[in-house]
Design a protein around this ligand. Sequence first.
Ligand code: ZN
Length: 440
Amino acid sequence: MDFTIVSDIITGKHVRKDYRHYMESQWFSRSDLAEIQSRKLRDLMEHCYENVPFYQKVMKQKGLIPSDFASIDTLAELPKVTKEDIKANYADFTPLNLKTIKGVKSGQTGGTTGSILVKRNDANTRSSIWGAFKRFESWMGYNAGEKALILMGGHVAHNRDIKYFKGEIKSFLQHRLLNQIVINPYSTDEEITKSIISHLINSDIRLVRGYSQYLYNLCQQMKKRGVFCRIPVVTTTAEPLMPQHRELFKEVLGAESFDQYGCGEVGGVAFECEKHEGMHITEERVIVEQNEDNDLILTDLDNYSMPFIRYYNADQAIIKNEKCSCGREHRLIQNVMGRTCDYVIGLNGEYLHWAYFWHLVFDSGIAQKRELNKFQIVQEAKDLLVFKYISSELESEEMQMLTENIQSRLGKIDVVFQQETQITNTATGKYRPVINKLLS
Ligand SMILES: [Zn+2]
């Protein structure tokens, strides 16, 4: 059963209305989508012109008025804004009419840089985000109310006070209502793994949501134990979903994989459709621009309580211009290359992305042969990389081969191999395949 109507009434959102709209607009032409964007952008800039000091100043300086934004091209006249810019000018990004905006909530957003921003959004934004997410569910063939298993590491509780317990009770009820089983997978407890596998086999789960690295390890364990099941859908987020992940999820869980891309400040940005040719940008709610380095610049068209306009979040991606064979004309993000800090830098100045290491260990056959469970590259110094890995011990020829390959790209950098029993994730549970200590 779909509880969206009940939830809308209780929370003052309009998810159902937005979802219906998005189900129609998924078939809109690019020019119709551009029209939605320019209308919403003009309205947003009207709000900023009236209420947001940062943009009042910028627009005055540049001699811009809201109606100039009827053309999306005008957006390029506004400055790019980073998390640090917002933090440094926090009051200027706070609308003067904040109290009149419905359903404003604030929360923290971290990210791989560890820099924390107190962000806000409003009922309107959350409705739009959930409306778009429900459309994604329909692309995956998942119906609201069907049983889902959520394996996402979440909050690290600090104070177990009344507010904390209230929050726990609320989320427990929400999950019950949505028919979700939620298990925090970041525990080494064998019982938890057993419980997850038991749910996968016995609970008629229709969808699994989790981080790709965690699910990959889980599937490796299941395969080893000869446990296979039939779950229709796996959806991953926050971490790269590679072809090898998809293959193993198909083999062990029987599931088709669907990727999505979003960021904490803006919410879901792009979602994969049933054709798996990339992730469709939710053009109805986000304007995605790119600079010459493929950095993404995002404009959230819904959030009036904390405008994210030309927001630069340090993610890079490849955007395809070809249309998807599903017939939807929303542009496709093909590949998110992760955070700018997820690189190592060679003595020759060359940048190597985590995906290079990923391909290196898989293409060389080492990952398969050693049953590689997890790895992490840490750049400790200009001339020192530490290659941490969890698998059976690498032989000296394997280490030499990896070192030679890495050096052929980065120059004579030292590579030290460390076999580990554990590689810890960040506090929010994200796995970082590459850590560059020169940049953090
Ligand atoms: Zn498509």
